[in-house]
Design a protein around this ligand. Structure first.
Ligand code: EPZ
Length: 428
């Protein structure tokens, strides 16, 4: 097993290059299954969520060749299976995108429900509502979601909650069906726009992505394409917060500054200087952060995937801040870990009251999920002394070369192997 060992207290300085967006990659790769020709996808992040999806695509019958570390060539023509087993789906939240992609390709999908981060119940009722509106019959049997149709047809679908996953899944299922599909109350995240741009580059007819109403006019064929994925908004935001939290001065490069506005606004409120370049942002901080309130919302609001990281910097702010979670029912599991490091945070339902302390102290902690893990890294970088973070496989799911990138900014962070005691106990 592996853990991160961080010797904190050093200001981050230098330039970090942001990788391709995880949440765009996990939608665009299954979307390749809709193509009638091979596709090349560039700027892929080198993370375990991507390798899990590529492995599943091979098992479905696609030919997958890595061109280099960030580029993959995929020929979907050999795909002859519509089944994504529990084993194939394990550990990836985005397995649900195989439902929309396989349904769109073969009018049939049998997919194990998603794994990924545990924020309590993660329903898929809106995905199912969308598939049914398009004409599929959806059942859940033996823990597998089964969707089938003789023929799908365009439909109008109003989402009861703004759901990224349901919006993407309906786009995937509807791209090649007859007629017009309209998604109302659609999610507007940058990765939804990226997926639409990818599908349109193959000949799809999708309009309105990035607004609350997406119109998809079905097309018969999708040709191959060569497409480069957008930079990762959340990876960039994580380095922005880490720069400010360590009183550092960091240029975050290869980003889309527009996607980072809500994060920049909060850091400025805390007293950081944030300078936007054309494809970069520079974040510097020279004083103890000021308190501020944060509420997470669907895009263009403050992203829920930045909530643990922003609460971590607020843990050392001068004053008391309120952090309200507006997307997930339960996303404060990391708070227990932060309190081990001396943070003073009281959680009441979807709200956390963060009373700033002067400094965090190092402690052994766990990455309870992906972004919680990112928050633990930031906390470890802030705290004097040695912080050990276990269960880092969560972090590897979504952050490319996290040790290398932070080390290049002057952080003292190492990946350390240690024996798995639970295995020893099981064998004993
Ligand atoms: C995506 O998850 C992201 N994952 C999550 O990022 C992110 O936190 C989330 O969107 C919100 O931005 C990927 O893109 C792979 P949702 P998703 O459907 O699609 C409710 C990360 O850290 N809901 O937008 O699963 C749901 O309970 C990950 O990178 C329903 O009620 O999220 C939640 O409260 C973690 N019924 C809200 O909608 C449904 O059918 C938003 O969920 C679907 C969702």
């Amino acid at each position: 097993m592996e853990k991160f060992v961080i010797s904190g207290g050093k200001a981050l300085k230098g330039t970090v290059r942001i990788s391709g967006a995880k949440n765009a990659a996990v939608a665009i790769l299954p979307a390749v299954l809709l193509a009638d020709e091979p596709c090349t996808v560039e700027n892929l992040p080198n993370i375990s969520d991507v390798s899990t999806i590529l492995k599943a695509m091979r098992e479905l019958g696609a030919e997958v060749k890595l061109v280099n570390k960030t580029t993959v060539w995929i020929d979907p023509r050999g795909v002859d299976s519509y089944i994504v087993t529990k084993q194939m789906a394990e550990g990836m939240r985005a397995s649900s995108y195989f439902m929309g992609a396989l349904l769109g390709r073969m009018n049939r999908a049998r997919v194990a429900p998603p794994g990924g981060c545990d924020f309590g119940v993660r329903p898929i009722d809106q995905h199912i509502k969308g598939f049914e509106a398009l004409g599929a019959k959806v059942t859940i049997e033996n823990g597998m979601v089964d969707a089938k149709a003789m023929e799908l047809r365009g439909a109008s679908i109003y989402l009861d909650v703004v759901s990224v996953g349901a919006t993407i899944n309906i786009m995937l299922a509807a791209t090649k069906v007859k007629g017009l599909t309209v998604i109302e109350n659609a999610a507007r995240e940058p990765h939804i726009v990226d997926l639409a741009n990818f599908l349109n580059s193959m000949g799809a007819d999708i309009m309105g992505a990035g607004t609350g109403m997406i119109k998809i006019r079905g097309v018969e064929h999708l040709r191959g394409t060569d497409y480069s994925i957008i930079p990762d908004q959340i990876e960039a935001g994580t380095y922005m917060v880490a720069a400010a939290a360590t009183m550092g001065d960091v240029v975050i490069d290869n980003v889309t500054p527009k996607h980072l506005e809500s994060i920049a606004a909060k850091l400025k409120e805390m007293g950081a200087t944030v300078e936007e370049g054309e494809e970069s942002v520079r974040v510097c901080m020279s004083e103890r952060p000021k308190r501020c309130n944060v509420k997470t919302m669907p895009h263009p609001g403050f992203p829920t995937d930045m909530q643990p990281q922003i609460a971590t910097i607020l843990a050392i702010a001068d004053g008391t801040s309120i952090v309200t979670e507006g997307v997930w029912d339960s996303r404060f599991r990391y708070v227990e870990q932060l309190t081990l490091m001396g943070a003073d945070i009281q959680v009441d339902g979807k709200m956390a009251v963060v009373t700033g302390v002067k400094e965090l102290r190092s402690a052994p902690v766990k990455a309870v999920d992906l972004r919680a893990g990112a928050a633990m890294i930031i906390a470890g970088l802030m705290a004097e002394g040695i912080t050990e973070i276990e269960e880092i496989d969560h972090i590897d799911r979504g952050y490319e070369e996290v040790v290398e990138k932070f080390s290049a900014l002057g952080a003292d962070i190492k990946r350390v192997y240690y024996p798995d005691n639970t295995t020893v106990l099981k064998q004993a």
